[in-house]
Write a protein that binds this ligand. Structure first.
Ligand code: ZN
Length: 399
């Protein structure tokens, strides 16, 4: 019998401005980045949200940060290290047009590494927006990597450090640890792992809670020209928020197929590295179903919520929200939304466009172009159109 794959126990986001080094840090920490991607490319799956799994080890003999690595054999003294845990890195695109992808990614993160380049002024626009997105998702546990430290002198590094400190304070993240890194050279990755171990704990798993999973991707894994009897059902990918899923479970998908709640059967479960019999929160998992694979190809089911039958909210095309603007944005009057304005809403892994049909103080009614499944009290990210792009300005709480 094949050995079962092991699920990661925590999802750590890599966030920050484009080109500040998110992918290099993931590479330096996991070394598996390229493999994960090429595997996906081979199967023709669109890459929106990248991810890579790795295992952290601690050497029993080395002292301080030097003891931490991603190698079972200690890189300093070659002694066999103690396995700490398997983690999953979720790489959020830093490009401004992909902000909605980043927001979907934030819904899957338990903590994050905010990557800030030492050779640029802090904050850059996306640095700020990504931290706002973390706030909306309620992510408190983060570590800052002050990256590209090799490109600046001591004075410049200190100036940049002060800018980072002030920026973090503004968003009430003042206690966050800042680790200087040079990811291209693998510099201080041990310090970074130590900081992650200290500051980003794995989520507690309560298998008794009714299962809930955000769908971030979906695909058709059949090869072109496959014979009818070889065709397998559609696959849903994402992260479990609470509870557990077991092979054979019957669950409910909302908004579902054609925006009607849809019952599905779990045919097979897998995580990076292979199949599993049971899945819990942590890591990205795939759920093979009996859905027509035509309906799951190209991430068509992204934004759905999968959960225990009878516990998932019905799809809605009208929502009422209480708006909360970000402090810095509210000082600028043009950021306030108006009646009739078109806004982009990000709820969990779902993205939809809405029109504000009524507005009373901070309460707004919005009609949605594509229905979503949301719970009372859930936080929804709100972006408005600037001259050239969508900009995150506020979050709404579902009433
Ligand atoms: Zn050692």
């Amino acid at each position: 019998m094949k050995k079962e794959a092991e699920q990661a126990e925590v999802n750590i986001g890599l966030i920050g401005h484009v080109d500040h080094g998110k992918t290099s840090i993931t590479q330096a920490l996991s070394g598996k980045w390229t493999d994960t991607h090429s595997e996906e490319l081979k199967r023709g799956i669109s890459i929106r949200l990248g991810y890579a799994d790795t295992v952290f080890y601690k050497c029993p003999d080395c002292k301080g940060a030097e003891a931490f690595s991603t190698k079972e054999k200690c890189p300093n003294c070659e002694k066999k290290g103690k396995k700490l845990r398997k983690v999953s890195f979720v790489d959020a695109p830093g490009h401004e047009t992909l902000m909605t992808t980043m927001l979907s990614g934030a819904a899957l993160m338990h903590g994050a590494i905010l990557v800030i380049a030492a050779n640029e002024f802090c904050p850059q626009p996306r640095t700020k927006e990504h931290l706002m997105a973390l706030k909306i998702s309620g992510i408190k546990n983060i570590v800052v990597a002050q990256n590209k430290i090799d490109l600046v002198d001591k004075k410049k590094a200190e100036e940049n450090y002060k800018q980072i400190k002030n920026f973090l304070k503004e968003f009430e993240y003042e206690k966050v640890e800042i680790i200087p890194t040079a990811a291209h050279f693998g510099t201080n990755m041990d310090l970074l792992i130590e900081a992650i171990e200290k500051n980003i704990p794995s989520p507690k798993v309560d298998e008794k809670k009714p299962v809930k999973m955000f769908i971030a991707r979906s695909f058709d894994i059949n090869k072109p020209g496959a014979k009818p009897k070889e065709i397998v059902g559609g696959v849903l990918g994402g992260t479990i928020l609470q509870g557990k899923i077991e092979e054979g479970d019957e669950l409910e998908l909302s908004p579902g197929i054609n925006n009607k709640k849809t019952k599905i059967k779990v045919v097979e479960l897998s995580t990076a590295g292979g199949t599993i019999k049971k899945a819990v929160p942590g890591g990205l998992i795939s759920v093979k179903t009996l859905i027509d694979p035509n309906l799951t190809k190209n991430d068509q089911m992204k934004g759905n919520v999968l959960g225990k039958i009878g516990t998932v909210s019905d799809p809605v095309s009208e929502i009422k929200m209480k708006l909360n603007y970000f402090k810095r944005e509210i000082t600028d009057k043009k950021n306030e939304v108006k009646q009739g304005e078109i806004i982009v809403l990000s709820a969990g892994t779902a993205t939809t466009i809405g029109t504000i049909v009524s507005l009373k103080k901070d309460l707004i009614d919005v009609t949605l172009k594509v229905p979503i499944s949301v719970d009372k009290g859930q936080r929804i990210a709100v972006s408005i159109k600037d001259a050239t792009r969508w900009r995150l300005i506020a979050y709404g709480e579902i009433q």
